[in-house]
Write a protein that binds this ligand. Structure first.
Ligand code: GDP
Ligand code: MG
Length: 348
């Protein structure tokens, strides 16, 4: 099978612009029961994500897969600088007949970036791809979004940025299914590896990958319920997943086959333990919630929204209600305005 590049490019653009031409495609995509794996790559700018992704995409493509790459670019849509840079760093993947690369600016999207990426990822299956890789810059909100979007999250760290501490603060050390230390050719890479291993070990004993629960922890474990949901609970479930920590030199492609194998091993374990369907179901629900909120404020209209927020803020500052009650009042006013607008449409 060959990818219909012109059709794919047109479809992505229609989805990105919320063009009604994409509606039929979206309908088919959301109804599709055969879902393809989504790999999310996140980490600080300059960590070498694009360089790594270039090798990773080609690795899977060479094994016969059709790979879509969606790179969310942090730069301004006006300079286009980083988009061009990505094209250079992803030259192998861009030139491969079984890989399609699309860079997305992180700004200027109707309905928000996460909605666009969510829809783009979802249409990849019906466009003929067998796998998607999404790159986002690790910075709080977008980390959460990529974690929400992907079936397997790869967190990329590098020596020299002091990002271990930053990452720990941002909670990024909880979201990885696989950890990568890139630029392992640089001094201090081992320090980063050591820190990550210590951190993973606080929650999960054993070796990177699938472990039988018979491995007993030496002390109290620090894992959260979100981690249990994604990686299992040692001593409670038959197996658990300890996120591996892998050394990579993306510039040379060193460690890429091992990274691909770790992602695939995680996907297999996640499927065997039925976590994949739960993860995807949660993702669709959260996506719907975002859409519903966006739709609510859109259909209520700017004036009704401003009025509802003014009323709520006034009630709050006069001490008449709690923030929760004020929020509930805003919601009621927005719903009333939305239903009014809706009824208006129906009368026409
Ligand atoms: N020393 C070294 N540099 C690397 C390696 N991988 C990527 N780089 C460099 O790191 C810089 C940022 O890479 P890029 O892929 O654009 O990072 P991104 O911002 O995370 O996508 C580029 O100059 C790469 O050549 C590596 O393994 N070792
Ligand atoms: Mg990049």
């Amino acid at each position: 099978m060959t990818l219909d590049i012109a059709y794919i490019a047109r479809s992505f653009t229609a989805v990105e612009n919320r063009d009604p031409k994409a509606d039929e495609l979206l309908r088919r995509a959301y109804a599709e029961t055969h879902v393809i794996p989504v790999i999310g790559l996140t980490g600080p700018a300059g960590a070498g994500k694009s360089t790594l992704l270039d090798h990773l995409a080609v690795h899977w493509a060479e094994s016969g897969e059709h790979v879509a790459v969606i790179a969310v670019d942090p730069s301004s849509p006006y300079t286009g600088g980083a988009v061009l840079g990505d094209r250079v760093r992803m030259d192998r993947a861009s030139g491969h007949p079984r890989v399609f690369v699309r860079s997305l600016s992180s700004r200027g999207h109707l309905g928000g970036l996460s909605r666009v990426v969510h829809d783009m990822v979802t249409v990849c299956g019906v466009l003929g791809f067998s796998r998607v890789i999404v790159e986002t810059v690790g910075s709080g909100q977008s980390d959460i979004e990529v974690a929400d979007l992907a079936d397997c999250v790869v967190v990329v760290s590098v020596p020299g940025l002091g990002d271990h501490v930053q990452a720990a603060k941002a909670g990024i050390l909880e979201i990885g299914d696989v950890y990568v230390v890139n630029k392992a050719d640089l001094p201090d890479a081992e320090t980063v590896v050591g820190n990550l291993l210590t951190n993973v070990g606080l929650s999960y004993p054993g070796d990177g990958g699938v472990n039988p629960s018979s491995i007993s922890p030496r002390g109290a474990l620090k894992s959260s319920s979100a981690q249990h949901e994604r990686h299992g609970q040692p001593g409670v479930e038959p197996t658990y997943w300890r996120p591996p920590v892998l050394r990579v030199v993306a510039r040379q492609g060193d460690g890429v086959p091992e990274l691909a194998a770790a992602c695939d091993a995680f996907l297999v374990w996640q499927h065997e333990t039925v976590r994949d369907t739960n993860r995807r179901a949660g993702r669709v629900r959260r996506h719907l919630l975002r859409l519903a909120i966006a739709e609510l404020s859109r259909t209520a209209g700017d004036r009704a929204q401003a009025a509802a927020l003014d009323d709520g803020a006034r009630a709050l500052s006069s001490g008449r209600c709690t923030p929760d009650e004020a929020a509930m009042e805003c919601l009621r006013a927005l719903c009333a305005a939305t239903l009014g607008a809706d009824a208006g449409i129906r009368r026409d």
